[in-house]
Design a protein around this ligand. Structure first.
Ligand code: AP5
Length: 216
């Protein structure tokens, strides 16, 4: 199964991708997570990426395309993958097509999670993430059992630097201008599946599974 999870910031891409990755046994590849790891390690790439991410702007295409190219060629992607947060520009979508052609593989579906701006702000303002295992929580909708502690691994929870309201608003603006046009691109390829993302995590998940099963 080769899937792109599409949608605005905070639509639930990471949350759903983690669950799908477990069910299908295929890697969850999130460009945002890869960049945040570089930032945490203090690499040159991380320093450069942070200057864009903190403002809610996109990191330049050539950097992202190189990261994805290297990642999709790894052995664990042979049976499939879930892309989360990539592609985000037309240049990235075209580079992905080119890479898939060279690897002789095809996408199965582009799942678009539809969520309103107000819901995005509500979700991201209360998001917390485990520093150790990356599990995603929401303080109201999906809270940890113990304050600030991950249920899965006991790690400490943190809030992302770009989850401040003014940065969230800019991320939404950037999404509208640079990423939203890709929907038409994938619709014309017959790959687009729209899912109402404004329901419970389990309801959204069951809906995604239902449409993916019908494609198998
Ligand atoms: P990235 O990390 O990709 O962020 P994003 O796309 O803005 O998406 P998020 O991770 O914020 O949200 P999500 O949809 O995964 O939602 P989540 O599941 O966490 O990118 C960050 C930055 O990196 C970019 O701004 C850019 O600078 C750079 N970057 C990354 N990729 C790039 C690329 N390809 N090109 C250029 N630059 C790139 O859920 C959100 C919250 O809601 C959580 O608290 C969760 O618990 C809760 N929640 C989820 N589902 C539900 C539900 N159904 N009901 C209630 N709550 C829910």
């Amino acid at each position: 199964m080769r899937i792109i999870l599409f949608g605005p910031p905070g639509a639930g891409k990471g949350t759903q991708a983690k669950k799908l990755s477990e069910v299908f046994g295929i890697p969850h590849i999130a460009t945002g997570d890869i960049l945040r790891e570089e930032v945490a390690r203090g690499t040159e790439l991380g320093k450069l990426a942070k200057s864009y991410m903190d403002r809610g702007e996109l990191v330049p295409d050539d950097i992202i395309i190189r990261i994805i190219e290297e990642r999709l060629k790894r052995e664990d992607c042979r049976n499939g993958f879930i892309l989360d947060g990539f592609p985000r520009t037309m240049a990235q979508a075209e580079a992905l097509d080119d890479l898939l052609r060279r690897l002789n593989i095809k996408l199965d579906a582009v799942i678009n999670l539809e969520v309103s701006d107000d819901e995005v702000v509500r979700r991201l303002s209360y998001r917390r993430i485990c520093k150790k295992c990356g599990k995603i929580y929401h303080l109201m909708f999906d809270p940890p059992k113990e304050d600030n502690i991950c249920d899965m691994c006991g790690g400490e929870l943190y809030q992302r630097d770009d989850d401040k309201e003014e940065v969230i608003r800019n991320r939404l603006e950037v999404y509208r201008k640079q990423t939203l046009p890709l929907l038409k691109y994938y619709e014309e390829k017959g790959l687009l599946i729209n899912i109402n993302g404004e329901r419970s995590i389990d309801e959204v998940f069951n809906d995604i599974i239902r449409v993916l099963e019908s494609k198998r």
